[in-house]
Design a protein around this ligand. Structure first.
Ligand code: FMN
Length: 145
C-alpha cells in the first residue's frame, strides 16, 4: 500500500506522530509517497497514494469545546475524491468529540474514511504503533486476506 501523510501541527507532537506512523507502516512493507502540511498539501504525493492519512491536534478548553485544529482547511483539501483516508488526532487530556469531527471533515473532501484513532501526546510510541497495526489489519480485511 502507498500512503500519503497530511499533517497539521503547532508544537510538533502531531508531526512526530506522523513520522512514527510512517516508519511503522514502512516496516510493514508500505511505502510513504510524501508527508506535507495541511496548509501546503503536496498534491503529487496525494495523487500517488492509495490512502491518505490526515493528522491534526485537539484545540479547546480541555474539557469543553474541543475540535480538531484546521477542520475547515482539512475539509477543503483537494485531490481527495475517491481516495481512502484514515485520521489521527493528538491530544493532552480529553479530546471530546474531536475524532468524530475530524472524520466528518475528511469525509467532506469526498474521501472514504475507513477509521481513526486518538493519540495521547505522552503515549506517542504506543498509540502510533496501535494506529499503524490497526490500519494494516483493516486494509488486509478489506482485501480479503
Ligand atoms: C491552545 C491549545 C488548546 C488545547 N486544547 C486542548 C483540549 O481541549 N483538549 C486536549 O486534550 N488537548 C488540548 N491541547 C493539547 C494539544 O492538543 C496537544 O498538545 C497536541 O498534541 C498538540 O499537537 P502539536 O504538538 O502537533 O501542535 C491544546 C493545546 C493548545 C496549544
Amino acid at each position: 500500500m502507498k500512503a500519503a501523510l497530511l499533517v497539521e501541527s503547532l508544537t510538533g507532537n502531531t508531526w512526530k506522530a506522523a513520522e512514527k506512523i510512517g516508519s511503522n507502516l514502512e516496516q510493514e512493507g508500505w511505502s510513504i509517497t510524501g508527508m506535507s502540511r495541511v496548509g501546503r498539501p503536496d498534491h503529487a504525493s496525494i495523487q500517488a497514494a492509495d490512502i491518505v492519512l490526515v493528522g491534526t491536534w485537539t484545540h479547546g478548553l480541555f474539557v469543553v469545546g474541543q475540535a480538531p485544529w484546521a477542520a475547515n482547511a482539512i475539509s477543503n483539501l483537494p485531490a481527495m475524491q475517491g481516495k481512502k483516508a484514515a485520521v489521527f488526532l493528538t491530544y493532552a487530556l480529553d479530546a471530546g468529540k474531536s475524532l468524530d469531527k475530524l472524520t466528518h471533515s475528511v469525509g467532506a473532501t469526498g474521501a472514504e474514511v475507513i477509521g481513526g484513532l486518538l493519540i495521547k501526546r505522552n503515549h506517542l510510541d504506543m498509540h502510533t504503533e496501535a494506529f499503524a497495526d490497526r490500519l494494516v489489519g483493516a486494509i488486509e480485511v478489506a482485501a480479503g486476506g
